[in-house]
Design a protein around this ligand. Sequence first.
Ligand code: BTN
Length: 149
Amino acid sequence: MVQATPFLLVLFLALGAHGLSVKKCSLTGRWVNDLGSNMTIGTVNGNGDFAGVYHTAVSATSNEIKVSPLQGSLQKSPNQKGQPTFGFTVNWSFSDSITVFTGQCFVDDDGKEVLKTMWLLRSRVESIKSDWNATMVGINVFTRLQSQE
Ligand code: BTN
């Protein structure tokens, strides 16, 4: 028991130091994706809820693009290990459509945060007969926009 104490102490310190050095991925801030779209996410509250704004670079419509609100939710379970899963909805302010994104916030091998997402874009169609082609699916990868300090 006496010999085990220093070993356990070293193990505890090593694990603790490792835990402190592992960078966590945070959703809050400004992001750009592979299409050139920008989004800004505000603070994530204690329940994992967050809000933000989305400025898409592209549209399935010919409408003038406007900045649109988003609302989302971050998975807060203890198993997330600093790389949490999340989802958010963009309610387009210039079209009849809605997009839902789901993804995970990763820290890559260079220590950079990256959001790997998939999305469903639901367009409004005139009748149920057109429902079959009302939804598009795709992926987007977001990287953090560096703040100008
Ligand atoms: C619309 O066309 O009705 C609204 C804009 C949709 C933009 C889509 S959402 C998925 C993809 N990722 C983006 O950043 N923009 C497009």
